[in-house]
Write a protein that binds this ligand. Structure first.
Ligand code: SF4
Length: 344
């Protein structure tokens, strides 16, 4: 992909920190000092295990976080230069489903079981566009055809429970694209589907993105989805982005020990799927984060001060950043990984 220009910036997340106030009086720092940019037409993946804060980040962009118990403690989220966090609820509902759309893992959570697909689509279209019912119906039909539903005339009159999981996800994509969003957020959109349908849905999302000239933020734990879809990747761990790079660079030259471990969990043609390694240990709970690097308890390269001091973000190359003590401020390797592996 061509190097994006500053003027093409669509979404900018700056120093975003979010905490949750728990019932037992504790605080969970679920997102801390998250910074990233999405350019117009770009596909960016936010990847990490469950509990890493990636879905919370996407809900914050949509302004769908439950507040309280959630609280955005700092930062800004700007779309086309305007801070979404300053918008009133009414202004935000104009943006949701219009300038930004979201697709969730389980379409049944977003589809209303008591309305036909057609009625739900028409309502979404007419909420944001001044068109007659007839025009909205025709547009809905056209969109269902675009997402590869052959018998669209029949499906438009059906209820969500009458469709398969794959068909429901196609309908969700049609709904999400119905107002030509500038940004589509897809949170684990294919996780609940079988492998063949997964591949079809991913292909379809990229086709729709091209046709509607949207950008996509893919939220996923699956590195194979990242490899197939993204231009750029951000790896999130325990509420922080620990590495960011163009997709090819990240796969060929991963620098953060967590990214390296994640890539090892990815199946390849040579690996026996039944014997894929998993990363030992678990993501620390957001109410009991370690003092130093959050990956230190699981990191095979951890140095003594990794357990005491949080690492800063260093630029390895212009578009490649890493949050790790193994690197100097200039982005050079400060410690020999093999030596640090031995516990130095
Ligand atoms: Fe591992 Fe230390 Fe880097 Fe954290 S800062 S990832 S513990 S080497």
């Amino acid at each position: 992909m061509e190097q994006p220009k500053e003027k093409d910036v669509l979404l900018e997340v700056n120093h975003l920190s979010i905490k949750f106030h728990l019932k037992n009086g504790k605080e969970a720092k679920v997102v801390e000092d998250v910074n990233f940019t999405i350019h117009k037409g770009e596909t960016v993946a936010l990847v990490g295990e469950s509990g890493s804060g990636k879905s919370i980040t996407s809900l914050a962009i949509m302004r769908l976080l439950p507040i309280p118990p959630g609280e955005i403690t700092s930062g800004s989220i700007t779309l086309n230069g305007k801070n979404l966090l300053t918008y009133k609820n009414k202004e935000m509902s104009r943006i949701r489903g219009n300038e930004i759309s979201m697709i969730f893992q389980e379409p049944m959570t977003s589809l209303d079981p008591v309305f036909t697909i057609g009625n739900q689509m028409i309502e979404g279209i007419r909420r944001h566009q001044k068109v007659s019912k007839k025009e909205a119906w025709n547009k809905a039909l056209q969109l269902l055809k675009e997402v590869g539903i052959a018998n669209a005339e029949k499906v438009i009159a059906e209820y969500p429970h009458q469709l398969s999981g794959g068909m429901r996800q196609r309908v969700m994509i049609a709904i999400a694209m119905s107002n030509n969003p500038q940004l589509l957020i897809a949170d684990e959109p294919t996780t609940a589907l079988d492998v063949t349908v997964q591949a079809q849905i991913l292909k379809l999302m990229l086709k729709m993105k091209e046709e509607h000239r949207s950008a996509i933020l893919f939220i996923t734990h699956d590195m194979s989805v990242v490899a197939e879809t993204a231009d750029r990747v951000m790896v999130m761990y325990a509420g922080q982005i620990v590495e960011e790079a163009p997709v090819r660079e990240l796969f060929l030259n991963p620098q953060h020990p967590y990214t390296t471990a994640l890539l090892k969990t990815m199946p390849s043609l040579e690996t026996d799927v039944k014997r894929l390694p998993s990363i030992p240990g678990t993501v620390p709970p957001a109410y009991a984060l370690p003092d130093g690097c959050r990956f230190a308890p699981r990191c095979p390269h951890a140095l003594a001060h990794c357990h005491q001091e949080q690492p800063a973000v260093h630029h390895i190359q212009e578009a490649h950043k890493v949050r790790c003590h193994l690197f100097t401020e200039k982005g050079e390797l400060a410690h020999d990984r093999e030596r640090s592996f031995a516990g130095n």
